[in-house]
Design a binder for this molecule. Structure first.
Ligand code: SF4
Length: 424
């Protein structure tokens, strides 16, 4: 399968590892049986690392069942005090599990090609540090050869909207249009987000079986142009969101702000598990309110009142708009928002989820700004916010479950107000 690095992504995104060890401290790295054997054969790691276990069983390891063991702070047992991986240091990059080598790249198979995306929960990706993406092509090709299985080649194309399918040609053409919309330089971010929102709403209303090669361009072009004119003719109303939509949005905030660090060494009996669940339920309930203390979902969040987050934080500065544009470009160019890698969502549902993600990022930016004693959003706030939500968007299981699909459908009807309030 060919790897596609989209030209728009190449233009905007760079990456080199900055050895921060952030990824090695948070996720559980799933390992294949042959990788476990190879690591065991390298040396007597238990003795040299002073640990009892190198691998653990955990639900986060998915089908593979086993993940790399962690220390009590959540860091991988192979992460050295110097923030470097000891396997990498002693035996080279290729000796590490494939998941470690690939991170923060994501390869999504669509239409017979692997579309390259990057994870923004990686600080180097989010801050756009490093080499051109083409410089990684050789390594990516090698990893892709290991990743591709017969199952991957048989994966179906995501739906365009629930219960409707289109050809690969139409699907990719629409994806291109979405990319162009989000990268229309002359238009402020808020208008581009609203344009995207409206456009996918319309895509969901088309009877796709009636669309032919002859009328596709005219139809899509007409919708695109008409919607932009409509959006630009409207006054943006910045108004706090209240009532049921805000309550359900609070649940999205809860799901997307969860810490991604998995600590496998904590022993939890049934009582502790129950207490944890109750604690999480209380935090989620609290987030549905507009008043009361901000629950500490992330341990470093400040002491503040939820009401403080409902003030007007001004407009996003240009560099924040650029970051959000780059983030959405990366997700869309890499097809990392629908299908097999994203809860099997259709294209329209995936874009609506991405927009809810950006709304959540807008809310988290306010927390970061308050923490820094400001009432204005700056780039550092936006970076922190995007890193927080991206670790969960597409990866947190609860976000894609049955009730979430219904909630997404309901919240999509309220996206206009959310975007105006949290993303302008
Ligand atoms: S094996 Fe190395 S690269 Fe992978 S998570 Fe552990 S320390 Fe990080």
């Amino acid at each position: 399968m060919k790897i596609l690095i989209h030209s728009e992504l190449k233009e905007q995104q760079k990456y080199s590892c900055i050895c921060c060890g952030a990824g090695c401290r948070s996720f559980l790295v799933a390992v294949r049986p042959e990788e476990r054997q190879a690591i065991e054969a390298q040396e007597n790691w238990r003795e040299s690392l002073g640990v009892d276990e190198l691998f653990v069983t955990h639900r986060a390891a998915g089908k593979l069942g086993f993940g790399l063991a962690k220390r009590t702070d959540g860091s991988c047992v192979f992460l050295g005090k110097d923030n470097l991986c000891v396997i990498h240091k002693k035996f080279g990059l290729k000796a590490k599990p494939l998941a470690c080598q690939l991170y923060p790249f994501v390869l999504t198979p669509v239409g017979g090609r692997l579309h390259l995306g990057l994870r923004f929960d990686c600080p180097a990706v989010c801050e756009n540090i490093g080499q051109n993406l083409d410089d990684h092509r050789k390594d990516l090709k090698r990893m892709a050869r290991e990743l591709i299985t017969a199952d991957i080649e048989k994966l179906e194309l995501p739906e365009i909207c629930p219960k409707q399918k289109v050809s690969v040609k139409f699907f990719e053409a629409i994806n291109e249009i979405l990319l162009k919309m989000i990268n229309s330089d002359a238009i402020p971010l808020i208008e581009r987000l609203q344009w995207l929102r409206k456009f996918v709403d319309y895509l969901g209303e088309i009877k796709w079986q009636n669309v032919t090669d002859e009328n596709f361009n005219d139809l899509v072009g007409m919708i695109q142009g008409g919607l932009l004119a409509e959006i630009q003719s409207r006054q943006i109303t910045k108004k706090a969101v209240t009532g049921k939509p805000r309550k359900l949005l609070g649940q999205i905030f809860f799901l997307l702000c969860q810490p991604t660090t998995i600590i496998t060494t904590q022993k939890t009996g049934p009582l502790k598990t129950l207490k944890n669940r109750l604690h999480l339920t209380r935090m989620e309930k609290q987030l549905r309110q507009l008043d009361g203390p901000l629950p500490r979902i992330q341990p470093d969040w400040p002491n503040c009142n939820l009401q403080d987050l409902e003030a007007d934080f001004g407009t996003f500065p240009a560099e924040v708009q650029q970051l959000i544009t780059r983030y959405l470009t990366c997700r869309i160019a890499g097809m990392g928002y629908c299908g097999h890698n994203f809860y099997r969502y259709s294209l329209t549902e995936g874009i609506q989820s991405l927009l809810l993600g950006v709304v959540t990022a807008g809310w988290v930016m306010r927390i970061a700004a308050l923490q820094a004693g400001r009432k204005k959003i700056e780039l550092a706030d936006a970076q922190q916010a995007v890193m927080t939500i991206d670790g969960n968007l597409g990866y947190a299981q609860a976000f894609g479950m049955g009730p979430s699909r219904m909630r997404l459908e309901y919240l999509s009807n309220h996206l206009e107000g959310f975007i105006n309030w949290f993303c302008s």
